[in-house]
Design a binder for this molecule. Structure first.
Ligand SMILES: [Zn+2]
Length: 188
C-alpha cells in the first residue's frame, strides 16, 4: 500500500544510526541499501549484547581444547585457541529478544536445526555431533573470523551477509564451510 510504504520510509530515515555505522565501510562493495543498513543498525547492537552475555556465561563452564583441537584451531587461523571453550549441549542459547530471534530465523538461521554454533570463543556442539571434526573445524573458522574482525565488526558483516544472501549463502558461512571442508579433506 502506497501510504504504508511512505510511512515506513519516514520511520527508516528518522532512526538514529547505531555504533554499527563505523563498520560499514569495508562492506561498501556489498552496496547496502538504506533499508538494509537500517536493519543492521537495529540488530547489530542486539546481537552484540546477546553474544557477549552468552559467551561470558559459557566460558566459565565449557571445556578447554585438547592438544589436537588446539592444533586444529591453529590450522584454521585461530589466534587464541586457549581462550576457546566447548560446550556439548542440546540446549543452545537463543536470543531472549524476540525480534532478534525472529530476524535470524527469517533469514535461514534456524536455531533448532544447528549442529554447532559459535559465539566469540564459545563453541556449542550438539551431543550427537560431538565427534564431528569437520563441524568443529567449521566452528573454529568462525572463531577465527570474529578474532580477525573484532566481535562488533564480525557481527555487522555477519548480519549483512544474512540479510543479503540468507544463511546458507552468506559469505562468512561459505568461507567457514570451505575452510572446514579443506581441513577435513587434507587439501590445506
Ligand atoms: Zn557456520
Amino acid at each position: 500500500m502506497k501510504f504504508g510504504a511512505a510511512f515506513e520510509t519516514a520511520v527508516i530515515l528518522s532512526a538514529t544510526p547505531s555504533w554499527a555505522e563505523e563498520y560499514f565501510e569495508p562492506m561498501d562493495k556489498m552496496h547496502l541499501t538504506s533499508a538494509e543498513r537500517e536493519w543492521i543498525h537495529k540488530y547489530a547492537p542486539l546481537a552484540f549484547d546477546w553474544v557477549e552475555e552468552a559467551e561470558a556465561n559459557t566460558l566459565t563452564v565449557g571445556r578447554k581444547l585438547s592438544d589436537a583441537e588446539i592444533e586444529l584451531a591453529k590450522s584454521l587461523s585461530v589466534k587464541n585457541p586457549e581462550r576457546i571453550r566447548v560446550l556439548v549441549t542440546s540446549d543452545f542459547p537463543v536470543p531472549s529478544n524476540k525480534d532478534l530471534y525472529t530476524a535470524f530465523q527469517n533469514h535461514g538461521f534456524v536455531f533448532a536445526d544447528s549442529a554447532g554454533m559459535t559465539l566469540g570463543h564459545a563453541v556449542f556442539i550438539k551431543p550427537e555431533h560431538e565427534d564431528d571434526i569437520q563441524l568443529l573445524a567449521h566452528e573454529f573458522a568462525h572463531v577465527a573470523q570474529a578474532e580477525a574482525h573484532g566481535l562488533r565488526s564480525f557481527l555487522v558483516s555477519y548480519l549483512a551477509g544474512l540479510k543479503m544472501y540468507g544463511y546458507m549463502d552468506s559469505p562468512l558461512e561459505s568461507e567457514a564451510r570451505a575452510k572446514a571442508w579443506r581441513s577435513a579433506n587434507g587439501t590445506d
